[in-house]
Design a protein. Structure first.
Length: 324
């Protein structure tokens, strides 16, 4: 981004002087252009056409005034520079672990089902981040890395929009919370980022996968990975869909073991509030600084002023020359 400034902006106040000169010259116009030739009867020339030299007789004065304005602008030292943003610090590695089991099709998060409501809230959460690498893990009977850690949020948002329920993707149904945690941990365990976070969202209890959720939580805790767990759904909706019985106890234990927090969301608005809270808890220790290398542009303005003054003198001694 190109920036522009005046190093000595106070000098611009001197622009009032040419304006005062202009008003004074208008007031004294009659004196300055007093007749230098006398005629016995001016009616003899009353019908003669007015030439362009007479019409533009004020042009040299205007050019001189413009030259003074340009000189005063040069005195204010105009400078330009290209702004560069320096980022000091390091972002956070965040993995979003999303349950895509069939129970997420429950329509109790009107006007959407649970999965669509979760995708919309996750998208808003991503848009609020700036310097953090974010990845996505989806899990049903098994877990998959859907998006590796990335800073390209546009790509990430596009891939989140493509997420569907496991049966719609031809996957076996189930809720493998332990597998989801393990996949999320594998994504961030080898990075050199100081802060690593997993945000796990589910509406059911662990009923699939070879890894126990508590065992996975212990492993993530040993790696210094914090886990926020989000339990989704209304209790009265649990009996309507198989596999939607939320295991709050396990989710609370996972969060406690990894120094995270457990949240319960029973509506879209409460789910939004949950991710807003997580967004506030996990902020990047990043400092943004704007650096501009300024370069003087005085030479161009001085050159323009010189050309104007030379042009003014040429006009006065040629086409606009007057009788002394």
């Amino acid at each position: 981004m190109i920036e522009f400034r005046f190093a000595h902006p106070w000098a611009l106040l001197l622009l009032l002087l040419p304006l005062l000169f202009w008003f004074r010259s208008r007031r004294d116009m009659g004196k300055r252009f007093a007749p230098v030739l006398n005629y016995s009867d001016t009616r003899l020339i009353a019908g003669l056409p007015v030439g362009w030299r007479v019409r533009l007789r004020r042009l040299p004065d205007l050019v001189r005034l413009l030259a003074w304005v340009v000189l005063l602008i040069a005195l204010a030292r105009p400078q330009s520079g290209r702004a560069r943003e320096l980022i000091r610090g390091q972002g956070i590695d965040i993995v979003l672990a999303l349950d895509i089991s069939n129970s997420m099709s429950s329509p109790d998060f009107q006007p959407d089902n649970r999965l669509e409501a979760a995708k919309n809230v996750l998208a808003e959460f991503i848009r609020n981040r700036e310097f953090d690498r974010i990845g996505l893990v989806v899990f049903a009977r098994d877990a998959f890395i859907h998006v590796p850690l990335t800073l390209d949020y546009d790509v990430l948002l596009g891939l989140i929009d493509e997420v569907r329920l496991a049966p719609q993707l031809g996957l076996l149904d189930g809720t493998a919370i332990g597998m989801g945690l393990a996949s999320a941990g594998n994504m961030v365990r080898g990075t050199d980022t100081l802060s690593k976070v997993v945000v796990l969202l589910t509406d059911g209890a662990n009923n699939a996968g070879a890894i126990d959720p508590i065992t996975a939580a212990d492993a993530l805790s040993a790696l210094g990975i914090k886990v926020y767990t989000v339990g989704m759904g209304k209790p009265e909706a649990a009996a309507s869909i198989e596999g939607s019985e939320l295991d709050e106890g396990t989710l609370q234990t996972i969060a406690a073991l990894t120094d995270g927090f457990f949240f319960r969301a029973e509506s879209t608005s409460s789910l939004q509030l949950v991710y807003e809270q997580i967004d506030g808890l996990e902020r990047s220790p990043v400092e943004r600084q704007l650096f501009v290398r300024w370069q003087d542009q005085v030479v161009g303005w001085l050159t323009a002023a010189l050309l104007l003054l030379v042009g003014e003198r040429i006009m006065r001694h040629t086409v606009f020359q007057t009788i002394p």
